[in-house]
Design a protein around this ligand. Sequence first.
Ligand code: SAM
Length: 317
Amino acid sequence: MSVDYLRISVTDRCNLRCIYCDPLRDVDFVPRKELLTFEEIHRIAELFAQCGITRIRLTGGEPLVRTNVVRLVRILAGIRSIDDLSLTTNGVLLESMADELKDAGLKRVNVSMDSAQKDNYKQITGFDFFENVTRGIYKALAVGLRAVKINSVIIKGVNVSQIPVLARMSVELPVAVRFIEYCPTSRQTRPASDYVPNKEVRRIIERRFGPLTSTLPSSGNGPALYFKIPDSAGCIGFISGVSGSFCRTCNRLRLTSDGKVRPCLYSAYGYDLKGLIRTGAEDRQVMSLLKKIIAEKKNFTRLNSFTEEFCMRSVGG
Ligand code: SAM
């Protein structure tokens, strides 16, 4: 397996408070001076690229709330060996930014939408932004971002009824609607018993639309398995991180907004790259740490050693 994929969390701040990620409560954000600057992110991305990273995804928190994020997209798109630059967003600000993001070199976008029903959307996210997100998805398609993927987390007792409605979006639009299994990360979020296995999600979709046919992803080759409702414009994806396991094929590293590299989403530790950089390390010293992290990831040692609670918003889901 080659480790070629880096997810960069550009901020831990978010304009939503989803019940499964970061419910409404007092939150501690990383102090601004502890966030990586664009220049630091650029340097780290360049050095990662020299170590074999070819794909970068920006995430958060909500990446579109980071001031001047379009400038960062342009900087990263300029790294020669990065051939795939994508972004995961809640879509609230996408309508107004899709054009400039595309122009700056963004290729693809994943938009989180857990419900296609206004009140239910608000119940999940805490805010009344369903229509903004819908317009954002249409705008992303209109400006030519390909692929556009929709990420939906299904929670028992909250949005199970939305499964067929979300799946139908893949019939009408050239989008991949992906169902991500809810993974409990802290006591603040929903209990583990609220998780709905993707086997059940698929059963609900097939009851409504008939048997799904297997297909290949239109882009990217992450952990999702893709299927189609016959005669649909898009496809359906299942990311089964709880009922299944894709650790042995996982090729992604994560850079947190405060500059730590986590070899695994569930790592109980992160390598402090920002600390190294801010004490004046030369490129060869930083590269040597990056190579060590990549080797560790390849050897699959000490990963999944999750012991603490964490928040997706902080790590960069
Ligand atoms: N703000 C952006 C967004 O909403 O897509 C990016 C950050 S968000 C943390 C990235 C992804 O993580 C979203 O698709 C979200 O649904 C998913 N996510 C967050 N908490 C999760 C959890 N506990 N289990 C499964 N997925 C989760």
